[in-house]
Design a protein around this ligand. Structure first.
Ligand code: ADP
Ligand code: GN1
Ligand code: MG
Length: 373
């Protein structure tokens, strides 16, 4: 049956009413005056809620297909916030959890939805792309401050909220399974992407081999430090907060650094209008690494930095593989605005990987000189 515009409007109004009802279950200051969708994340649903007393909170429905135990996310967040509160001083704000009226810090709905609300950090902005190396330096510094804040939190205090996250060989196995069951015809774009994966199979295990042989250790990590999860002050000169803490779990700090670089140094974005515009911006990378490594001495040793280049090359490949798998699987994991977007995203990450490979010598020299400084 074809549904018209009127039907879609009713659906939208019902969804808005449901969201308001959920928001009202949190202990907010004043009556709710506005609820609107917010941000452009690919996994959860985010809303900005405003009350008559001008309180603002971020209300989120966590994606329970992706996070099998959403309550573990809150356990981790509490562990992280308590740990941060015990430090004498730290230079990074983290969003506090809002209580629900029943005293818990989450609300569930009748359809199995899992909701939580966070304090809105005011007077900030997130950037779509980095404007200059000073901003890049501020991002690197903030990520190092986050890692430093957490490095003495015993890693076994954290749940693994997302099993298999950033374990590249596991993504490759899943890709092979999905591809086997797929009936999609193979266009030139698809054939190129498949060929890229074939050429990079060996790369997939590079960090897992280092981890299982004991060269790299797991520590508390952010898991998703892409550019829009760094909140800048109004003039865009400093990072004041790091948000989107759902993937905080045991992992490799090298993966965080690499994920941050693949997001910040690709100024054409994740769904570029022109694939040929995708580049790895070496100047931005240098500024981020300078900010990060300058601050990270307390918890990084030389073996840690030796694996940085491998991680920087691996993570865009891994993300491309995840996007490509989702394209074959029917866009079941990453939200898309139109069909084919996950294929475009995959191709963009693969181009980024290629550009990183072109800069291998320069990147290795840069890391070595900054780590030795
Ligand atoms: P997602 O997991 O979907 O990426 P985020 O937690 O990153 O969701 O939130 C989406 C966007 O909402 C962010 O990029 C940011 O602009 C805004 N946002 C989220 N949390 C806060 C907060 N506590 N204070 C201010 N803005 C926030
Ligand atoms: C997802 O939730 P969001 O949009 O911040 C994904 C990340 C990817 C990112 C790519 C839990 O992050 O791993 O790098 O999309 N998060 C999860 O934009 O899978
Ligand atoms: Mg986000």
């Amino acid at each position: 049956m074809r549904r018209g515009r009127g039907w879609r409007r009713i659906q939208w109004m019902n969804a808005e009413l449901d969201t308001r009802r959920i928001a009202a279950e949190f202990a907010l200051d004043g009556a709710i005056t506005d609820v609107r969708t917010h941000g452009g994340g690919l996994i959860n649903d985010t809303f900005l809620v405003t009350t008559a007393n001008r309180q603002q909170v971020i209300l989120q429905r966590l994606n329970t297909q992706v996070f099998p135990h959403p309550e573990w996310i809150l356990d981790n967040l509490r562990a992280l916030l308590d740990h941060a509160a015990r430090q004498d001083s730290h230079d990074l704000q983290l969003p506090a959890l809002c209580r629900a009226r029943d005293g818990r810090d989450y609300v569930t709905d009748n359809e199995g939805g899992f909701w939580r609300a966070l304090e809105f950090i005011p007077d900030t902005r997130s950037l779509a792309t980095l404007g200059n190396p000073e901003q890049a330096h501020a991002v690197g510094l903030a990520l190092a401050r986050f890692h430093r804040l957490l490095h003495d939190l015993p890693v076994n205090r954290l749940h693994t909220t997302l099993p298999g996250f950033h374990i590249t060989p596991g993504y490759l196995r899943h890709f092979d399974d999905v591809l086997q069951d797929s009936v999609t015809g193979h266009s030139i774009a698809l054939r190129d992407a498949l060929e890229f994966v074939e050429e990079h199979r060996e790369l997939a295990g590079v960090l897992e081999r280092a981890r299982t042989s004991g060269q790299l250790v797991q520590r508390p990590t952010h898991g998703d430090p892409k550019l829009d999860n760094f909140l800048f002050n109004r003039d865009g000169g400093q990072v004041v907060a790091l948000i989107d803490l759902d993937t905080v779990q045991p992992g490799l700090v090298q993966v965080d650094v690499a994920d941050c670089l693949r997001s910040c140094c690709n100024r054409a974005g994740e769904s570029p209008a022109d694939l040929f515009a995708v580049r790895f911006d070496l100047d931005m990378a240098a500024a981020i690494l300078r900010g990060y490594l300058g601050e990270a001495r307390e918890f990084l040793d030389s073996t840690d930095s030796e694996h940085l280049y491998d991680a920087i090359r691996l993570i865009p490949f891994e993300l491309g593989l995840r996007f490509l798998t989702d394209h074959f699987a029917g866009d079941v994991y990453f939200k898309v605005a139109q069909p084919g977007q996950n294929l475009l995203r995959a191709r963009a990450q693969f181009r980024l990987t290629e550009d990183i490979e072109r800069h291998e010598g320069a990147l290795r020299r840069l890391i070595e000189s900054l780590a030795a400084a």
